[in-house]
Design a protein around this ligand. Structure first.
Ligand SMILES: Nc1nc2c(ncn2[C@@H]2O[C@H](COP(=O)(O)OP(=O)(O)O)[C@@H](O)[C@H]2O)c(=O)[nH]1
Ligand SMILES: [Mg+2]
Length: 357
């Protein structure tokens, strides 16, 4: 299972700088066959301190973190939905992603030209928001046309769908987002349109280097969230350093956590993802699932045959696994649970799936 986040924003806001920093710390592409050769796609490890702890307990030979993919999506400018700039080329890329990270320029560097004169976060966010809504408007209009034909042919479903589409159209026409206009059932009915304004969005405020020392400074609290505050410039410098030197630089700047790590965590959360873990001598590994996933489907992430072959899950919380020095110790202390088909996996579960062979 692989989840992806598209980085969007006006030109010159720091998207590529951020993306390059992300890919610097990204995994060896060779380990991830699903990664294409596309230079605009980066497969990035989700940092997880629990992995090293578990690996120490299990004396694992290797650690395999879970990943998310980031796409550097260029070409979003005012008028993009009508063919300005790279025009609709960006649309084909952005449709595929699960969530959107909008980079918003807050930094004021006079050497970096702003497409509309000067940084104005609120207005920049609006410009992008309207473009996304207009792009969706086209998609919806096309579908209304199809639905009309089918409705004329007596298709009852098409009649129902048309009502929803018309509602979406009215909202999008005013620059409103489909997510705000349609209720959950209506959204489910138009899921296959992959509307951009139904995707979850994270706002990445690219602030001045000096602002990193005092993060809330310089970002208007009325700007939308969920938000991450970063300095793409600092992140690109950190990405060039060894882990040790990067730690030193972060300490000097008063940063507890790199902006990239914050961005990756926030994206993970935005997508509603959680991690379960497997840990043994061969490897300690993190696996990504959507929150609420039941045990058999989680087993299916490890191996597609496991879902049908599922018997039960032997589950230990990560904390107990570490506290009792592994599975045997956890079992002795009654910290190993047997869970069946209806068990909803929890973040941090260390699992051993029992399956028929
Ligand atoms: N001062 C400063 N400059 C930045 C920052 N992020 C990006 N830039 C500069 O802004 C310009 C455009 O950045 P780029 O990442 O290519 O923007 P994109 O068009 O959004 O992909 C480059 O000259 C970057 O060096 C930042 O955080 N601070
Ligand atoms: Mg770029």
């Amino acid at each position: 299972m692989s989840f992806s986040i598209g980085i969007v924003g006006l030109p010159n806001v720091g998207k590529s700088t951020l993306f390059k920093a992300l890919t610097k710390k990204s995994v060896l592409i060779a380990n991830y066959p699903f990664a294409t050769i596309d230079p605009n796609v980066g497969v990035v490890e989700v940092p997880d301190a629990r992995l090293a702890e578990l690996a120490r307990v299990s004396k694992s030979e290797k650690i395999i973190p879970t990943t998310v993919q980031f796409y550097d999506i260029a070409g979003l400018v005012r008028g993009a939905s009508t063919g300005e700039g790279l025009g609709n080329q960006f649309l084909s890329h952005i449709r595929e992603v699960d969530a959107i990270a909008q980079v918003v320029r807050v930094f004021s560097d006079p050497n970096v030209i702003h497409v509309h004169g000067k940084p104005d976060p609120k207005s920049d966010i609006e410009v992008i928001g309207v473009e996304l809504a207009l792009a969706d408007l086209k998609t919806v209009e096309k579908r209304i046309h199809d639905a009309n034909e089918k409705a004329r042919g007596g298709d009852k479903e098409a009649v129902k769908l048309k009502v929803i589409l018309e509602k979406a159209k009215a909202g999008l026409n005013q620059g409103k987002w489909a997510r705000g206009v349609l209720n959950e059932d209506e959204q489910a009915a138009v899921r296959d349109l992959h509307l951009l304004t139904m995707k979850p969005v994270l706002y990445v405020y690219n602030i001045d280097e000096s602002g990193i020392m005092n993060q809330e400074l310089g970002v208007d609290p009325t700007l939308p969230g969920p938000r991450v505050l970063i300095s793409a410039k600092i992140e690109s410098e950190l990405a060039e350093l060894s882990a040790e030197d990067a730690q030193g630089m972060m300490k000097d700047l008063g940063m507890n956590e790199s902006g990239l790590d914050q961005l990756i965590y926030a994206s993970y959360k935005l997508l509603g993802l959680i991690t379960f873990l497997t840990s043994g001598e061969m490897e300690t590994r993190a696996w990504t699932i959507v929150k609420g996933t039941k045990a058999p489907q989680a087993a299916g992430v490890i191996h597609s045959d496991f879902e049908k072959a599922f018997i039960r899950a032997e589950v230990i919380t990560c904390a107990d696994f570490i506290k009792y020095h592994g599975e045997a110790g956890a079992k002795e202390h009654g910290a190993l649970r047997l869970e069946g088909k209806e068990y909803a996996m929890q973040d941090g579960d260390v699992v051993h799936f029992r399956v028929t062979v």
